[in-house]
Design a protein around this ligand. Structure first.
Ligand code: NAD
Length: 369
Protein backbone atom coordinates (compact mmCIF):
# COMPACT_ATOMS: atom_id res chain seq x y z
CA UNK A 1 0.00 0.00 0.00
CA UNK A 2 1.34 3.45 -0.91
CA UNK A 3 0.67 6.39 1.36
CA UNK A 4 0.98 10.10 0.73
CA UNK A 5 1.46 11.35 4.26
CA UNK A 6 3.74 14.32 4.86
CA UNK A 7 6.05 14.04 7.84
CA UNK A 8 8.59 16.37 9.44
CA UNK A 9 11.28 14.71 11.57
CA UNK A 10 13.17 17.03 13.93
CA UNK A 11 16.20 14.75 13.66
CA UNK A 12 17.44 11.81 11.62
CA UNK A 13 16.46 8.35 12.89
CA UNK A 14 18.51 6.18 10.52
CA UNK A 15 16.94 3.39 8.48
CA UNK A 16 13.52 3.86 10.09
CA UNK A 17 13.12 7.03 8.02
CA UNK A 18 13.79 4.98 4.86
CA UNK A 19 11.17 2.52 6.03
CA UNK A 20 8.60 5.33 6.00
CA UNK A 21 9.77 6.50 2.59
CA UNK A 22 9.50 2.96 1.20
CA UNK A 23 5.83 3.05 2.25
CA UNK A 24 5.34 6.18 0.15
CA UNK A 25 5.60 8.78 2.92
CA UNK A 26 7.04 12.19 2.07
CA UNK A 27 9.51 12.67 4.92
CA UNK A 28 11.54 15.81 5.51
CA UNK A 29 14.35 15.39 8.03
CA UNK A 30 15.88 18.37 9.81
CA UNK A 31 19.49 17.99 8.66
CA UNK A 32 21.43 19.36 11.64
CA UNK A 33 22.31 17.33 14.74
CA UNK A 34 21.01 20.09 17.04
CA UNK A 35 17.29 20.59 17.68
CA UNK A 36 15.54 22.81 15.16
CA UNK A 37 14.30 26.20 16.38
CA UNK A 38 10.70 26.12 17.54
CA UNK A 39 9.81 28.63 14.81
CA UNK A 40 10.75 26.01 12.20
CA UNK A 41 8.64 23.32 13.87
CA UNK A 42 5.71 25.76 13.85
CA UNK A 43 6.32 26.60 10.18
CA UNK A 44 6.33 22.93 9.19
CA UNK A 45 3.23 22.15 11.25
CA UNK A 46 1.44 25.17 9.77
CA UNK A 47 2.30 23.94 6.28
CA UNK A 48 -0.08 21.01 6.89
CA UNK A 49 2.11 18.02 7.73
CA UNK A 50 0.28 14.89 8.91
CA UNK A 51 2.85 13.75 11.43
CA UNK A 52 5.73 15.06 13.49
CA UNK A 53 8.66 12.90 14.62
CA UNK A 54 10.13 14.55 17.72
CA UNK A 55 12.84 14.23 20.34
CA UNK A 56 12.86 15.27 23.99
CA UNK A 57 14.60 18.50 22.88
CA UNK A 58 11.48 19.84 21.12
CA UNK A 59 8.88 21.84 23.09
CA UNK A 60 5.51 20.56 21.85
CA UNK A 61 2.81 22.74 23.36
CA UNK A 62 -0.46 24.57 22.63
CA UNK A 63 1.25 26.76 20.03
CA UNK A 64 2.32 23.72 18.03
CA UNK A 65 -1.02 21.95 18.32
CA UNK A 66 -2.90 25.14 17.38
CA UNK A 67 -0.65 25.53 14.32
CA UNK A 68 -1.60 22.00 13.26
CA UNK A 69 -5.33 22.22 14.05
CA UNK A 70 -7.22 20.18 11.47
CA UNK A 71 -4.08 18.76 9.81
CA UNK A 72 -1.61 17.41 12.40
CA UNK A 73 -2.70 13.84 13.16
CA UNK A 74 0.11 12.47 15.32
CA UNK A 75 3.26 13.39 17.24
CA UNK A 76 5.68 10.51 17.62
CA UNK A 77 8.50 10.93 20.09
CA UNK A 78 11.76 8.95 20.17
CA UNK A 79 11.96 8.71 24.00
CA UNK A 80 9.95 7.18 26.83
CA UNK A 81 9.85 10.46 28.80
CA UNK A 82 7.49 13.04 27.32
CA UNK A 83 7.79 16.00 29.71
CA UNK A 84 8.50 18.21 26.65
CA UNK A 85 5.02 17.42 25.27
CA UNK A 86 2.13 19.20 26.96
CA UNK A 87 -0.35 16.39 27.48
CA UNK A 88 -3.28 18.70 28.34
CA UNK A 89 -2.68 20.66 25.13
CA UNK A 90 -2.42 17.47 23.05
CA UNK A 91 -5.73 16.33 24.55
CA UNK A 92 -7.39 19.68 23.95
CA UNK A 93 -6.52 19.46 20.25
CA UNK A 94 -7.16 15.70 20.22
CA UNK A 95 -3.76 14.82 18.80
CA UNK A 96 -2.45 11.43 19.89
CA UNK A 97 1.21 11.30 20.81
CA UNK A 98 3.37 8.20 21.07
CA UNK A 99 6.56 7.30 22.94
CA UNK A 100 9.12 4.49 22.97
CA UNK A 101 8.70 2.80 26.35
CA UNK A 102 10.15 -0.70 27.00
CA UNK A 103 12.74 -0.84 24.22
CA UNK A 104 15.14 1.38 26.22
CA UNK A 105 14.33 -0.04 29.65
CA UNK A 106 17.25 -2.46 29.99
CA UNK A 107 19.79 -0.18 28.30
CA UNK A 108 18.90 2.68 30.66
CA UNK A 109 18.92 0.50 33.77
CA UNK A 110 22.23 -1.05 32.69
CA UNK A 111 23.73 2.43 32.34
CA UNK A 112 22.45 3.47 35.78
CA UNK A 113 23.99 0.30 37.18
CA UNK A 114 27.34 1.00 35.52
CA UNK A 115 27.27 4.60 36.81
CA UNK A 116 27.39 3.22 40.35
CA UNK A 117 30.69 1.57 39.50
CA UNK A 118 32.01 4.63 37.69
CA UNK A 119 31.54 6.89 40.70
CA UNK A 120 31.98 4.50 43.63
CA UNK A 121 34.97 2.54 42.26
CA UNK A 122 36.47 5.80 40.99
CA UNK A 123 37.00 4.49 37.49
CA UNK A 124 37.45 7.93 35.92
CA UNK A 125 39.88 9.12 38.58
CA UNK A 126 41.89 5.90 38.25
CA UNK A 127 42.13 6.06 34.47
CA UNK A 128 43.04 9.74 34.55
CA UNK A 129 45.84 8.97 36.98
CA UNK A 130 47.30 6.50 34.50
CA UNK A 131 46.80 8.68 31.42
CA UNK A 132 48.44 11.65 33.11
CA UNK A 133 51.37 9.38 33.95
CA UNK A 134 50.81 9.78 37.69
CA UNK A 135 50.74 6.02 38.37
CA UNK A 136 53.98 5.71 40.30
CA UNK A 137 53.47 2.68 42.56
CA UNK A 138 51.09 -0.01 43.84
CA UNK A 139 50.10 0.79 47.42
CA UNK A 140 47.42 -0.62 49.78
CA UNK A 141 45.50 2.65 49.97
CA UNK A 142 47.27 5.39 48.04
CA UNK A 143 46.47 7.56 46.16
CA UNK A 144 42.81 6.76 46.87
CA UNK A 145 40.31 3.93 47.33
CA UNK A 146 36.78 3.40 46.10
CA UNK A 147 33.70 1.78 47.61
CA UNK A 148 32.35 -1.65 46.63
CA UNK A 149 28.93 -1.92 45.01
CA UNK A 150 28.17 -5.62 45.56
CA UNK A 151 26.39 -6.47 48.78
CA UNK A 152 25.49 -2.84 49.52
CA UNK A 153 21.99 -1.38 50.00
CA UNK A 154 20.35 0.51 47.15
CA UNK A 155 17.21 2.66 47.14
CA UNK A 156 15.23 2.50 43.90
CA UNK A 157 13.14 5.66 43.58
CA UNK A 158 10.34 4.86 41.11
CA UNK A 159 9.57 1.18 40.49
CA UNK A 160 8.21 1.46 36.96
CA UNK A 161 9.80 -0.21 33.94
CA UNK A 162 13.37 1.04 34.41
CA UNK A 163 13.28 0.85 38.21
CA UNK A 164 12.28 -2.83 38.08
CA UNK A 165 14.97 -3.59 35.50
CA UNK A 166 17.53 -1.89 37.76
CA UNK A 167 16.32 -4.08 40.65
CA UNK A 168 17.03 -7.22 38.59
CA UNK A 169 20.56 -6.01 37.85
CA UNK A 170 21.21 -5.05 41.48
CA UNK A 171 19.96 -8.39 42.78
CA UNK A 172 22.61 -10.07 40.60
CA UNK A 173 25.14 -8.15 42.68
CA UNK A 174 23.57 -9.40 45.93
CA UNK A 175 22.44 -5.91 46.92
CA UNK A 176 19.76 -5.23 49.52
CA UNK A 177 17.00 -3.25 47.87
CA UNK A 178 14.74 -0.53 49.28
CA UNK A 179 11.92 0.38 46.90
CA UNK A 180 9.97 3.62 46.94
CA UNK A 181 7.07 4.50 44.65
CA UNK A 182 3.94 6.27 45.90
CA UNK A 183 1.90 5.50 42.77
CA UNK A 184 2.80 2.00 41.58
CA UNK A 185 4.01 -0.88 43.73
CA UNK A 186 4.74 -4.22 42.13
CA UNK A 187 4.66 -6.53 45.16
CA UNK A 188 4.56 -9.63 42.99
CA UNK A 189 7.82 -8.65 41.30
CA UNK A 190 9.43 -7.84 44.66
CA UNK A 191 8.32 -11.20 46.06
CA UNK A 192 9.83 -12.96 43.04
CA UNK A 193 13.18 -11.24 43.61
CA UNK A 194 13.07 -12.17 47.31
CA UNK A 195 12.40 -15.81 46.38
CA UNK A 196 15.48 -15.81 44.11
CA UNK A 197 17.55 -14.24 46.88
CA UNK A 198 16.31 -16.87 49.35
CA UNK A 199 17.02 -19.68 46.90
CA UNK A 200 20.63 -18.71 46.19
CA UNK A 201 21.22 -18.40 49.94
CA UNK A 202 19.56 -21.76 50.67
CA UNK A 203 21.67 -23.41 47.93
CA UNK A 204 24.84 -21.98 49.48
CA UNK A 205 25.63 -19.82 46.43
CA UNK A 206 26.08 -16.70 48.59
CA UNK A 207 27.31 -16.32 52.17
CA UNK A 208 24.85 -13.68 53.29
CA UNK A 209 21.10 -13.37 52.96
CA UNK A 210 19.94 -10.29 51.13
CA UNK A 211 16.49 -8.69 50.99
CA UNK A 212 14.13 -6.39 49.13
CA UNK A 213 11.17 -4.37 50.45
CA UNK A 214 9.00 -1.33 49.82
CA UNK A 215 9.55 1.52 52.29
CA UNK A 216 8.76 5.23 52.59
CA UNK A 217 11.04 7.80 50.96
CA UNK A 218 12.74 8.97 54.16
CA UNK A 219 13.62 5.41 55.18
CA UNK A 220 14.92 4.62 51.69
CA UNK A 221 17.14 7.70 51.63
CA UNK A 222 18.38 7.32 55.21
CA UNK A 223 19.44 3.69 54.83
CA UNK A 224 20.79 3.40 51.30
CA UNK A 225 24.42 3.31 50.19
CA UNK A 226 23.23 4.11 46.65
CA UNK A 227 20.09 5.97 45.59
CA UNK A 228 19.05 5.49 41.96
CA UNK A 229 16.30 7.67 40.50
CA UNK A 230 13.82 6.29 37.92
CA UNK A 231 10.86 8.66 37.99
CA UNK A 232 9.28 10.73 35.23
CA UNK A 233 9.60 14.51 35.47
CA UNK A 234 6.27 15.69 36.90
CA UNK A 235 5.97 19.38 37.66
CA UNK A 236 3.64 21.02 40.18
CA UNK A 237 0.04 20.56 38.98
CA UNK A 238 0.87 17.54 36.79
CA UNK A 239 0.71 15.00 39.63
CA UNK A 240 -0.30 14.68 43.26
CA UNK A 241 3.30 13.58 43.85
CA UNK A 242 5.41 15.88 41.64
CA UNK A 243 9.02 14.88 41.09
CA UNK A 244 10.40 18.33 40.27
CA UNK A 245 13.30 18.91 42.71
CA UNK A 246 12.43 15.70 44.57
CA UNK A 247 16.13 15.79 45.42
CA UNK A 248 16.70 19.06 47.26
CA UNK A 249 18.58 20.25 50.36
CA UNK A 250 16.21 18.34 52.66
CA UNK A 251 16.23 15.00 50.84
CA UNK A 252 19.97 15.17 50.10
CA UNK A 253 20.65 15.81 53.79
CA UNK A 254 18.60 12.70 54.62
CA UNK A 255 21.08 10.52 52.69
CA UNK A 256 24.11 9.01 54.45
CA UNK A 257 27.43 10.90 54.09
CA UNK A 258 28.83 7.70 52.56
CA UNK A 259 26.01 7.37 49.99
CA UNK A 260 25.97 8.00 46.23
CA UNK A 261 23.17 9.52 44.14
CA UNK A 262 22.61 8.18 40.60
CA UNK A 263 20.25 10.09 38.30
CA UNK A 264 19.35 8.78 34.85
CA UNK A 265 15.75 10.05 34.96
CA UNK A 266 15.32 13.77 34.18
CA UNK A 267 17.56 16.64 35.27
CA UNK A 268 14.94 18.83 37.01
CA UNK A 269 14.20 15.97 39.43
CA UNK A 270 17.43 17.07 41.16
CA UNK A 271 18.05 20.62 42.38
CA UNK A 272 21.56 21.04 40.95
CA UNK A 273 22.51 23.96 43.21
CA UNK A 274 21.61 21.85 46.23
CA UNK A 275 23.49 18.83 44.85
CA UNK A 276 26.65 20.85 44.16
CA UNK A 277 26.47 22.12 47.75
CA UNK A 278 25.90 18.59 49.06
CA UNK A 279 29.02 17.41 47.21
CA UNK A 280 31.14 20.41 48.24
CA UNK A 281 30.13 20.09 51.90
CA UNK A 282 30.24 16.28 51.77
CA UNK A 283 26.68 15.61 52.90
CA UNK A 284 26.91 12.69 50.47
CA UNK A 285 29.91 10.81 49.05
CA UNK A 286 29.26 11.33 45.35
CA UNK A 287 26.88 11.54 42.43
CA UNK A 288 26.71 10.27 38.87
CA UNK A 289 24.38 12.11 36.53
CA UNK A 290 23.17 11.53 32.99
CA UNK A 291 20.57 14.31 32.85
CA UNK A 292 20.51 17.99 33.80
CA UNK A 293 18.13 20.82 34.61
CA UNK A 294 19.19 22.45 31.34
CA UNK A 295 20.72 20.39 28.55
CA UNK A 296 23.42 20.55 27.32
CA UNK A 297 25.08 21.31 30.66
CA UNK A 298 26.10 24.97 30.90
CA UNK A 299 29.79 25.83 30.95
CA UNK A 300 29.31 27.63 34.29
CA UNK A 301 27.23 24.88 35.95
CA UNK A 302 28.14 24.41 39.63
CA UNK A 303 28.37 20.69 38.84
CA UNK A 304 31.57 21.44 36.92
CA UNK A 305 33.27 22.86 40.02
CA UNK A 306 36.81 21.36 40.06
CA UNK A 307 36.49 21.05 43.86
CA UNK A 308 33.93 18.24 43.41
CA UNK A 309 35.12 16.62 40.18
CA UNK A 310 36.55 13.58 41.97
CA UNK A 311 33.03 12.83 43.35
CA UNK A 312 30.82 13.88 40.50
CA UNK A 313 30.54 11.89 37.27
CA UNK A 314 28.79 13.65 34.42
CA UNK A 315 27.44 12.00 31.24
CA UNK A 316 25.66 13.58 28.25
CA UNK A 317 22.12 12.11 28.42
CA UNK A 318 23.61 8.87 27.24
CA UNK A 319 21.77 6.11 29.11
CA UNK A 320 19.80 4.80 26.13
CA UNK A 321 22.66 5.45 23.70
CA UNK A 322 23.35 1.87 22.67
CA UNK A 323 23.29 0.82 19.02
CA UNK A 324 20.33 -1.55 18.87
CA UNK A 325 18.35 0.34 21.52
CA UNK A 326 18.57 3.62 19.65
CA UNK A 327 18.43 2.63 16.00
CA UNK A 328 16.95 -0.82 15.38
CA UNK A 329 14.07 -0.57 12.92
CA UNK A 330 12.38 -3.43 14.80
CA UNK A 331 9.73 -1.79 17.01
CA UNK A 332 10.24 -4.51 19.62
CA UNK A 333 13.94 -3.64 19.90
CA UNK A 334 14.73 -0.08 18.86
CA UNK A 335 13.52 3.39 19.78
CA UNK A 336 13.63 4.54 16.14
CA UNK A 337 11.61 1.53 14.99
CA UNK A 338 9.05 1.96 17.75
CA UNK A 339 8.78 5.72 17.18
CA UNK A 340 8.05 5.24 13.47
CA UNK A 341 5.64 2.35 14.16
CA UNK A 342 3.68 4.58 16.55
CA UNK A 343 3.28 7.10 13.75
CA UNK A 344 2.26 4.42 11.24
CA UNK A 345 -0.33 2.97 13.64
CA UNK A 346 -2.12 6.30 13.87
CA UNK A 347 -1.83 7.42 10.24
CA UNK A 348 -2.67 4.05 8.71
CA UNK A 349 -5.52 3.41 11.18
CA UNK A 350 -4.07 0.17 12.54
CA UNK A 351 -6.06 -1.51 15.34
CA UNK A 352 -9.22 -0.69 13.42
CA UNK A 353 -8.37 2.99 13.80
CA UNK A 354 -9.07 2.73 17.55
CA UNK A 355 -6.43 4.94 19.15
CA UNK A 356 -7.17 3.53 22.61
CA UNK A 357 -5.93 0.14 21.37
CA UNK A 358 -2.64 1.45 19.90
CA UNK A 359 0.14 0.28 22.21
CA UNK A 360 2.53 3.22 21.80
CA UNK A 361 -0.01 6.05 22.14
CA UNK A 362 0.35 7.80 25.52
CA UNK A 363 -2.72 10.07 25.81
CA UNK A 364 -5.41 7.45 25.25
CA UNK A 365 -7.70 9.32 27.67
CA UNK A 366 -8.35 11.95 24.99
CA UNK A 367 -9.93 9.22 22.84
CA UNK A 368 -12.06 7.56 25.49
CA UNK A 369 -9.33 5.18 26.75
P1 NAD B 1 7.59 4.36 34.19
O1 NAD B 1 6.44 5.27 33.99
O2 NAD B 1 7.47 2.92 33.83
O3 NAD B 1 8.09 4.44 35.72
C1 NAD B 1 8.14 5.61 36.46
C2 NAD B 1 7.72 5.29 37.88
O4 NAD B 1 7.90 6.46 38.70
C3 NAD B 1 6.23 4.89 38.01
O5 NAD B 1 6.12 3.62 38.63
C4 NAD B 1 5.62 5.98 38.87
O6 NAD B 1 4.60 5.50 39.74
C5 NAD B 1 6.85 6.46 39.65
N1 NAD B 1 6.65 7.78 40.26
C6 NAD B 1 5.85 8.79 39.83
N2 NAD B 1 5.93 9.82 40.70
C7 NAD B 1 6.79 9.44 41.67
C8 NAD B 1 7.27 10.07 42.85
N3 NAD B 1 6.89 11.31 43.21
N4 NAD B 1 8.17 9.39 43.62
C9 NAD B 1 8.59 8.15 43.27
N5 NAD B 1 8.13 7.50 42.17
C10 NAD B 1 7.25 8.14 41.38
O7 NAD B 1 8.77 5.03 33.37
P2 NAD B 1 10.15 4.36 32.90
O8 NAD B 1 9.99 3.76 31.56
O9 NAD B 1 10.68 3.52 34.01
O10 NAD B 1 11.04 5.67 32.74
C11 NAD B 1 11.28 6.54 33.84
C12 NAD B 1 11.89 7.84 33.39
O11 NAD B 1 13.25 7.64 33.04
C13 NAD B 1 11.27 8.41 32.09
O12 NAD B 1 10.11 9.16 32.37
C14 NAD B 1 12.38 9.28 31.56
O13 NAD B 1 12.23 10.59 32.03
C15 NAD B 1 13.65 8.67 32.16
N6 NAD B 1 14.54 8.07 31.14
C16 NAD B 1 15.77 8.61 30.92
C17 NAD B 1 16.62 8.03 29.98
C18 NAD B 1 18.00 8.58 29.73
O14 NAD B 1 18.48 8.48 28.62
N7 NAD B 1 18.67 9.11 30.71
C19 NAD B 1 16.20 6.92 29.24
C20 NAD B 1 14.93 6.40 29.49
C21 NAD B 1 14.10 6.98 30.44
Amino acid sequence: MKNSFRIFATCDMGDSINLLRSRGYDVEVYPKPEAPPKSLILEKVRSGIDGLLTTLRDPIDAEVFAAGAGTLKVVSQIAVGFDNINRADANKYKVPFTHTADVLTDATAEFAFLLMGSVARRMWNAERLLRENQWGFWHPYLPFLGDEVAGKTIAIIGTGRIGLSMIRKCSGFDMNILCYDPAYQNHDFVQGIQEIKDLIFARGLVKEKSWIKYVELTEALAQADFVSVHVPLLREGESKMPTYHLFNETTLRTMKPTAYLINTSRGPVVDEQALAKALREKWIAGAALDVYEKEPLAADSPLRDPAIEDRCRLYPHFASAARITRLSTDPTKGMAGRCVQGLIDVLECNYGGDITKMPYVVNKEAFGG
